[in-house]
Design a protein around this ligand. Structure first.
Ligand SMILES: [Zn+2]
Length: 80
């Protein structure tokens, strides 16, 4: 199934339950580089829209079990 999985879970930067989705291949590659890790499959990205005018999304990361896996928020940039 190529369908991207989503789930509603808590985002600590939005301070509430928000929709999250799994990372795209490009985003996974970016995060692997960022963290210096070979696997990042446990991460979810918050797609809550912060700015209705621009459609800007939160893009904060969490894992399935940890709402705050990093001391400071890591937000995935929009990749082309
Ligand atoms: Zn968020």
């Amino acid at each position: 199934m190529a369908t991207q999985r989503t789930k509603k879970d808590y985002c600590w930067t939005c301070d509430g339950d928000q929709q999250h989705r799994q990372l795209t291949r490009k985003e996974e590659d970016w995060l692997k580089e960022r963290l210096g890790r070979s696997g990042v499959g446990e991460f979810w990205l918050c797609v809550n829209v912060l700015d209705a005018d621009t459609g800007k999304q939160c893009r904060n990361l969490r894992t399935g079990f940890n709402k705050k896996p990093f001391a400071a928020a890591i937000k995935v940039p929009v990749l082309d």
